[in-house]
Ligand binder design. Structure first.
Ligand code: GTP
Ligand code: SPV
Ligand code: MN
Length: 598
């Protein structure tokens, strides 16, 4: 328990409204984790997996109507609509609280309310940020145990008057009259994921899945933290962090912002195919970056675990993720084998002879259905990753040499482009676009602008966010700023096949970037930025046709000319909050394209 008056008041207020049967203060212990598992097994939420195949792991299937983040039900409730900007749903804070208070009224009846004190970033470190999530879901408690640092030590750091982000979460399914509990209680008809950036509060109702419910992740570490970061002069970004080591042992750190399900986890733990090169992991989803006393931009991973996309993960595509998830993990919306092990599409070439699928139905090869949901996920402690960097919890963060932007683009966007400078790099990030994926509810494969991969995660006006990016560069000398790159692993040929092998082979692009940072690799200026000169990309040992390489590195002048009006249209949305520097970057791009010979 705690002597923190405001925390006690918060818990009393919420329990008065939600009226749970019991309150459980989480201590973060292993016994507590095991208790959550027992409760989930009793409720039919989870199955304990085969101990000899997946020690200490559980298999969970959600309600089919609760499988991903719900962007159309996500709100930024700032006092002024203008401050949420054109890319967010907005609601007036007091009106939204009135609406939600009715829904939360009695919503935890028959359930336990868990009080989860958690730290984003190593507990007690100066860069960490504390939150308290109140939830009625044991699944959320178990996941938060893995994804964040939970427990009594967090209360100690909070003391009697420390600041914390207030998180309130209910699956919205009280247990009074409606008989036995559902295996995955939720309230599919009334989902609300609401953020009150000015008072640092999160109210989430109706969903128990991923970023909707694990409030430390997207809600706190991106939507609330991005506002904090703007106010305090740092950055909260949807980025992986990796450590790249060359054969001589020289180290460079790289972050990468790709939209959801576009390759962050894979890149963060890739196994380079070029002999002598190594990658170690710092983080796979979120980076908090501040300038250090040395003038370098330093990044920390605020999370303690990975909530990774399962489908497509195999010993060939991402061995380190497979090894990390070999024990003490939670598998959600995958399929289960008769032996009690997990399976998903892309895990092995050979499909198991029979399975129970994510919808609890029998599944056999060729039945025409996917065994796992495309947004099936594993929850795994970061420390179980075989290539986790020894410094991954360093409170000083790691100095960033390069920042990547990217996304899924079937055409036009080359394999890699280097920005001319920070301002041009900010422009590249602000125009980033990608096909939508199963990580969010809605249509898959729709091309949309997703600036800095933050479209669903920026807690304020995106025009101001661009201005914040530009302003960050004035906090240090230009030579100390990370270089900025735009990458695209997803360019396709006329038959719709990926031209680039991706995964471990992405190290070839990382190597060029490493050498660019060192001043050792050559580039050619093009209208869209700098590209590798022929021969600068190390392709030794890679079986790929010259034709494919030419296409991957081709600057499609006509294609880019057609992009310009689309970027203009995208920018128009931000009105006078779009920094003039980005307008001028766009006209410079247009001029360069007009002067180019196709
Ligand atoms: P979130 O956790 O949703 O933020 O996703 P993420 O960005 O971490 O994406 P992740 O690394 O989990 O990859 C998502 C999907 O893209 C998986 O199915 C991968 O197999 C696939 N993928 C990842 N890297 C590559 C690549 O280099 N090439 C191709 N073709 N596919 C890739
Ligand atoms: C994403 O969608 O970008 C994720 C998964 O990382 S979730 O935690 O559900 O947001
Ligand atoms: Mn993500």
């Amino acid at each position: 328990m705690t002597k923190h008056k405001k925390l006690v008041e918060f818990v009393e207020q919420v329990s008065g409204m939600c009226r749970p049967d019991r309150i459980h203060w989480c201590d973060g212990s292993e016994q507590e984790y095991q208790l959550m598992i027992r409760l989930m097994v009793q409720a039919g939420t989870a199955i304990v997996m085969n101990q000899s195949k997946r020690p200490n792991s559980i298999f969970v299937r959600s309600d089919p109507l609760d499988v991903a983040r719900v962007e159309d039900r996500t709100y930024i409730c700032s006092s002024l609509k203008e401050d949420a900007g054109p890319t967010n749903n907005w609601a007036d804070p007091s009106e939204m609280k009135a609406t939600l208070s009715k829904l939360f009224d009695g919503s935890m009846k028959g359930r336990t309310m868990y009080v989860i004190p958690y730290s984003m970033g190593p507990t007690g470190s100066p860069i960490a940020n504390i939150g308290v999530e109140l939830t009625d879901s044991p699944y959320v408690v178990a996941n938060m145990h893995i994804m964040t640092r939970v427990g009594t030590q967090v209360l100690e750091v909070l003391g009697t008057d420390g600041e914390f982000v207030r998180g309130l979460h209910s699956v919205g399914a009280p247990l009074d009259e409606s008989g036995p509990d559902a295996p995955w209680p939720c309230n599919a008809q009334h989902k609300y994921i609401c953020h009150f950036p000015e008072t640092r509060e999160i109210w989430s109702f109706g969903s128990g899945y991923g970023g909707n419910a694990l409030l430390g992740k997207k809600c706190h570490s991106l939507r609330i933290a991005s506002v904090q970061a703007r106010d305090e002069g740092w950055m909260a970004e949807h980025m992986l962090i990796l450590k790249l080591i060359n054969p001589k042992g020289l180290v460079r750190y790289v972050t990468g912002a790709f939209p959801s399900a576009c390759g962050k986890t894979n890149l963060a733990m890739l196994i380079p195919t070029i002999p002598g090169w190594r990658v170690e992991t710092i983080g796979d989803d979120i980076a908090w970056m501040k300038f250090g006393p040395d003038g370098r931009l330093r990044a920390i991973n605020p999370e303690a675990g990975f909530f990774g996309v399962a489908p497509g993960t195999s010993v060939l595509s991402n061995l380190n993720a497979i090894l990390a998830a070999s024990q003490h993990s939670i598998f959600t919306n995958c399929a289960i084998t008769p032996e009690g092990d997990v399976w998903w599409e892309g895990m092995s070439d050979e499909e198991p002879r029979e399975l129970s699928d994510w919808l609890r139905r029998p599944w056999t090869p060729g039945c025409g259905r996917k065994a796992a949901h495309p947004n099936a996920r594993f929850t795994t402690p970061a420390k179980q990753c075989p290539v986790i960097a020894p410094e991954w919890e360093d409170p000083n963060g790691v100095p960033i040499d390069a920042i990547l932007f990217g996304g899924r683009r079937a055409n036009i966007v080359p394999l890699v482009t280097e920005a001319f400078d920070w301002q041009h790099g900010t422009f590249l990030g602000s125009t980033a676009s990608s096909e939508t994926t199963a990580a969010a509810a809605g249509k898959v494969g729709q091309l949309r602008r997703d600036p800095m991969a933050m479209l669903p995660f920026c807690g304020y006006h995106m025009g101001d966010y661009f201005a914040h990016w530009l302003k960050m560069s004035s906090r240090t000398d230009a030579v100390k700023l990370p270089r900025i790159y735009y990458v695209n692993w997803f360019r396709q040929d006329a038959q719709g096949k990926f031209l680039w092998p991706g995964y471990g082979e992405n190290c070839r692009v990382l190597k060029w970037i490493f050498e660019r940072v060192n001043g050792e690799a050559d580039a050619i200026d093009t209208p869209i930025g700098r590209l590798p000169v022929p021969g600068a990309l190390d392709l030794s040992g890679l079986k790929i046709s010259q034709q494919a390489i030419d296409e991957l590195l081709r600057v499609d002048i006509d294609g880019w000319r057609a992009e310009v009006p689309l970027i203009k249209q995208h920018f128009e949305m931000f009105g006078d909050r779009l920094p003039r520097e980005l307008h001028s970057e766009l006209s410079r791009l247009e001029d360069r394209l007009n002067n180019a010979i196709p």
